[in-house]
Design a protein around this ligand. Sequence first.
Ligand code: PMP
Ligand code: GLN
Length: 389
Amino acid sequence: MSGRPLLNRGLDGLGTTIFAEMSALATATGAINLGQGFPDTDGPAEIAEAAVRAIREGKGNQYPPGPGIPELRTAVAEHQRRFYGLSYDPETEILVTAGATEAIAAALLALLEPGDEVIAFEPFYDSYAACIAMAGAKRVPLTLRAPSFRPDLDALRAAVTPHTRLLLLNSPHNPTGMVLTRDELAAIAELAVERDLLVVTDEVYEHLVYDDAEHIPLVSFPGMRERTVSISSAGKTFSFTGWKVGWVTGSPELVAAVRTTKQFLTYVASGPFQYAAAEALRLPDSYFAAFRDDLLAKRDLLADGLATAGFRVYRPQGTYFITTDIADLGEKDALTFCRALPERSGVVAVPNSVFYDDPDAGRTQVRFAFCKRESVLEEAVTRLKRLAV
Ligand code: PMP
Ligand code: GLN
């Protein structure tokens, strides 16, 4: 064997994801897991029943159509029209994927070539860096800084070079909870048109927005329809993260490109769950409102509790994560802190520092998930309060 490492050197340093590491730590120690983002209660019972029914009725047990079952593509089209007034042709403009994760991979592998530059907000959701590397492209971070984590639009403009192929955007943003405003989106759209850039938008937290924040798809701005690949999934909105049903919406040309790579990644996935996701997307508005209200109360419970426990809290406008700063607790390094936290206080969190290229930008930032039962959040806060004493 040559001395060359087995892992593609472009993926050097990616190792095990932080979510897997921290969830394994939670399992090993029995600590409360506020690390990896998944709810501790399942989504609506009637949607779970729809999946069971699909299996029993033999729907989706064999390979469904590559682009996704027509029922789900139609339901996605209806959802985009109901919430955003956007119209998509289910035949040519919608593609079902194995979660948003596969959609991101397929989009980046389809649209990028070696040498292309991709601008993305850092802290990055971890699969972005991996998929950009797998495509042989180069990531160019645009750092979101505390306390507001708003993007610096002048810096964004300055980051565009003749090699820039694509903007990879995430709003509502994991892990900071920042939600792009209408003005920011308009400015980004203008820049994309002016510099002829493609845009991939990760909108998996589209229904998890609070206070005055509003989720507006970037594709709804002038000139964006032909250059935007929009991605979402059922995992967050319907609290079934294990089902891995996601989708891509875009022009027929963009969807055809993404379909080409997607068919060689999984071909298809989640057969019976696609039927259930179609039903979920058709739930009444009251479902979406109640889901948001429930999470809003949990956000405030955990944010207030963390502040009482001595954390500096950046209250999020979206997602189900709270980014905090541990410097006020006398802590210097988020990764070290998170690795020790289960032993010290019986709680698992995620260090945002691993989502930055800039080692200093997030060194003392730690993320907590609040998509958990209130009693669990209360117990976590009680435990974390002991840290300060
Ligand atoms: N993008 C972001 C920003 C996420 O937080 C997640 C969370 N899992 C995903 C994509 C992946 O979504 P899915 O589980 O549907 O693959
Ligand atoms: N999106 C989830 C989070 O941010 C994790 C998903 C995963 O483990 N890949 O916590």
